[in-house]
Design a protein around this ligand. Structure first.
Ligand code: ZN
Ligand code: ZN
Length: 158
């Protein structure tokens, strides 16, 4: 799984075309429906690691027939197909469209996830001891704290 993504480091996730999506879905024996395309685009166009609920709220304006359940199922299908990544954080789940190597700053207060790059960490090799644990497929550093906006708010409250 050491395959490099073709995207440049700074570029945010590039949206796949409908044809590319259809090929990936059909290879997996799945049908690419309009709703699935809409869910995919909504995640990829989002800048903030959306939750299923956020995607649902956004899409139901255009697709009144869409259900939260459909959104959930589509998101897990997209994750399984490797088109987006499912992030389990604390007690909530978010979705990641940017498949290039990056790390996360997570605000403990507003739960915002901010992407950042950390080349020094990317250059560190994985500890030998991990090899006896299993195969590493993905590595990401999670830095937790309070974001600038929340800090400013806290300051204002005093
Ligand atoms: Zn915050
Ligand atoms: Zn991210």
């Amino acid at each position: 799984m050491a395959k490099k993504t073709k995207k440049s480091h700074d570029a945010n996730s590039a949206r796949l075309s409908v044809d590319e999506l259809r090929r990936i879905f059909e290879n997996a024996g799945l049908r690419l429906t309009h709703q699935r395309i809409m869910v995919y685009n909504a995640v990829v166009d989002s800048k903030e690691h959306p939750s299923a609920e956020t995607i649902y709220e956004q899409l139901k304006k255009d697709i009144p027939t869409i259900s939260l359940d459909t959104v959930y199922r589509t998101l897990s299908t997209l994750d399984r197909l490797g088109l987006i990544k499912r992030l389990q954080l604390f007690d909530y789940i978010r979705f990641e469209p940017d498949l290039s190597r990056h790390h996360h700053f997570i605000c403990k207060k507003c739960k915002k996830i901010i992407d950042f790059h950390w080349p020094e960490i990317d250059g560190v090799s994985i500890p030998e001891t991990l090899k006896s644990v299993g195969e590493v497929q993905d590595q990401m550093v999670e830095v937790r704290g309070i974001c600038k906006e929340c800090l400013a708010q806290e300051g204002g409250e005093k």
